[in-house]
Design a protein around this ligand. Structure first.
Ligand SMILES: [Zn+2]
Length: 467
């Protein structure tokens, strides 16, 4: 029997401590629909919904115990030859991407993800910590206002902090001095960062200085950084005569210290960009870029991997030497990490990061509106984040030879006509439509043209890979 081209999935939920409580977690709300036997508990925190084939929490075909990966291995045509040849793992049914919904109640660790070469080495040397050999570029799309640390601040901004925040005096002055010299800024006067407009990438020398500064922060002994954090927090609680620059970091500093008392990660407010993304805005994080998600609900897509190198704001293992040595120290404004979507179809936008493993489409439809997606040359996973409607296979104008796109089933005879005339094989069949509502997760096979119809205002995200 031919496999279906569109079908629903059961997925898994992770209840990490940093998640949101009970039904305030969007991951939990969606999980109530798509996770088998799941009911949220108001006392528990729910952090991540995992959609895909990662062995830690793999998806299954709804109503069965069949793993999506087993099904795809048996039916490689659902993945398509292009993706099969570009990603060897996909021949075993493993999707190149992992799709998630994250609900962030307390800040996640300061982290970065290795590139392919480093991932291989870490996996060889320490498979107990680094569980796979893949890189993990990731993209986050805000579903609610979303706060995050994204990459290092522009260097003059870091210099300003080193020169004006008294609690940072444990950083050796020669480092501050060489940063200032590399920027041709005197250390006698705090730099006026508003006049600094260059977005030039740091020089090799500046990267090395920043690396030394970051190392001085992250490998300072507890006996040094804890009193610094404590005194900073006391000063911010008094809220007396703060400079505008410190004033803007006050609230976040106090919040991070409440979540991770005395943690060295609190001091990262002076090193990393704090960016608030609005609904629909996205950030892309390539390999070796420091970041930490602080609060909000997001869609996240990444290469299939779970490799995280952590150094602060976490009860988990900290691997400071690896983190310090892997980063690219490509300081600059946080806006550099934002990824603008482009039009995909009438009511859909495409977020297309500069990597091969995934792209994400956001579909937003008002009641009774429709949208059509052209066939994608690879597999997709869809999650419906609000509303309800229908996803249906349609006849593409290319394969039918018709000008207009025709709905399968409404013109079922056409199939035989086309086949008898020896035209391109049709994708999609009469019965191929699924009704969806908030929380549903759906797989769409390679080469399937689809039509969306909203019943109530519908929002959905579709991750896909095209090699
Ligand atoms: Zn990350």
């Amino acid at each position: 029997m031919e496999p279906k081209l569109i079908f629903k999935l059961n997925v898994g939920i992770q209840s990490y401590a940093w998640g949101k409580k009970g039904r305030s977690s969007l991951a939990a709300q969606l999980g109530e629909k798509s996770v088998v036997g799941f009911e949220s508990d108001e006392e528990k925190t729910y952090a991540e919904l995992w959609m895909g084939t990662h062995p830690t929490l793999p998806s299954t075909l709804t109503g069965t115990s069949t793993l999506l990966s087993d099904h795809l291995e048996k039916h490689p045509e659902l993945i398509g030859h292009k993706v099969l040849s570009a990603f060897p793992e996909s021949k075993k049914g493993s999707l190149p991407f992992l799709f998630k919904v994250l609900s962030i109640g307390t800040a996640l660790s300061i982290q970065a993800h290795p590139d392919k070469e480093l991932a291989k080495r870490l996996f060889d040397e320490r498979p107990d910590v680094y569980k796979d050999n893949n890189h993990k570029p990731e993209m986050a799309i805000a579903l609610t206002p979303f706060l995050a640390f994204l990459n290092f601040l522009p260097l003059p901004q870091i210099l300003l902090h080193l020169l004006t925040v008294p609690e940072l005096s444990f950083i050796p002055f020669p480092l501050t001095n060489s940063l200032a010299a590399s920027l041709s800024i005197p250390t006698t006067l705090p730099p006026d960062t508003s006049s600094f407009t260059s977005t030039d990438a740091p020089t090799e020398e500046q990267r090395q200085i920043l690396k030394d500064i970051f190392e001085a922060f992250m490998s300072a002994p507890e006996s040094v950084y804890q009193p610094a954090v404590r005194s900073l927090v006391e000063r911010y609680k008094k809220n007396e005569s703060l400079t505008p620059n410190e004033e803007s970091l006050r609230e976040l500093t106090l919040m991070l210290d409440e979540q991770y008392p005395g943690d060295v990660g609190v001091l990262c407010v002076f090193l990393l960009n704090v960016v608030e993304l609005q609904v629909g805005q996205a950030a892309f994080l390539g390999a070796n870029m420091p970041h930490a998600y602080i609060s909000g609900d997001i869609i996240e897509c990444m290469a299939t991997s779970d490799n995280v190198v952590r150094a602060g704001l976490t009860p988990k293992l900290r691997d400071v030497p690896t983190l310090v040595s892997m980063l690219t120290y490509d300081a600059g404004p946080g806006s550099k990490q934002l990824l603008r979507p482009v039009k995909f179809s009438t009511n859909s936008e495409l977020y297309d990061p500069p990597i091969d493993e995934f792209s994400v489409v956001r579909v937003s439809l008002g009641s009774a509106e429709i949208d059509e997606h052209k066939a994608v040359e690879g597999p997709s996973v869809v999650v419906v984040t609000s509303g309800s409607g229908k996803i249906k296979c349609v006849e593409s104008s290319e394969s039918s030879g018709e000008k207009d796109t025709l709905v399968k089933g409404e013109i079922s005879q056409l199939k035989e006509v086309a086949t008898s005339e020896g035209k391109t094989e049709r994708r999609g069949r009469v019965e191929e439509e699924v009704l969806v509502e908030k929380g549903d997760v759906v797989f769409i096979a390679c080469g399937t043209e689809i039509r969306w119809t909203a019943e109530e205002d519908l929002e959905a995200f579709r991750a896909f890979v095209e090699a």
